[in-house]
Design a protein around this ligand. Structure first.
Ligand code: NI
Length: 199
């Protein structure tokens, strides 16, 4: 199978697996991450096949978190082996995916991992990020907002301070930094209006 066919097979598998996922990691999140990654690739010198393959597979483990155990490595390997991706590429994809997560606090060590991390983080901010934040909050039973509690995870609005407002300064690539800035400003306006309405 050539690289293009591998990417097509992977997209089909992800579509089938993630279509009904309801916590904000649905198929279209993953498709947007791939689109963001392609946009960033236009101005970076990187292996586009590895970037796209890692972007398509980056949430496979998240989707099937079993009692807090991250299954990314096992599940991504099993899928890529099933479509005969060569071992060297599998190892590189696993390394990229292991460096993407915000909660693990990993620093990317390759340009490919930097791009996928940026692409995933861009989908967590701006108008899409706002929508995903409240969708995720709803899925885990969080409240929208508590004016008396600004401790971590207290509400969906608190999540802007716990994570979303920090992301613009954590972008790796020039293209992502530029996109992040306008999405950040949009979130600031949203929160400003939110406080205005609840006061
Ligand atoms: Ni993701």
């Amino acid at each position: 199978m050539n690289k293009q066919e591998i990417l097509i097979q992977t997209q089909a598998y992800i579509k089938k697996t993630f279509l009904d996922e309801g916590t904000g990691h649905d198929y279209f999140h993953i498709e947007r991450v791939v689109t963001n990654a392609k946009k960033i690739l236009e101005t970076e010198n990187a292996d586009s096949f590895l970037v796209e393959l890692a972007a398509w597979t980056h949430d496979i483990g998240d989707y099937k978190l079993h009692e807090g155990v991250d299954k990314s490595e096992e599940l991504i390997r099993a899928f890529l082996e099933s479509i005969n991706v060569e071992e060297e590429s599998i190892q590189k994809v696993l390394e990229i995916v292991s460096q993407v997560s915000f909660s693990k606090g990993n620093k990317p060590t390759t340009i490919e991992a930097e791009i996928v991390q940026d692409a995933d983080r861009l989908d967590a901010i701006g108008a899409v990020g706002i929508a995903r934040c409240f969708a995720y909050g709803g899925s885990v039973g969080s409240i929208l907002y508590n004016p008396y509690d600004n401790s971590k995870d207290a509400s969906s609005v608190q999540h802007f301070y716990d994570k979303l407002f920090k992301l613009k300064d954590l972008m790796n690539t020039k293209t992502a930094k530029k996109i992040a800035l306008s999405r950040h400003e949009y979130m600031e306006k949203f929160i400003e209006e939110f406080y205005h309405e609840v006061k």
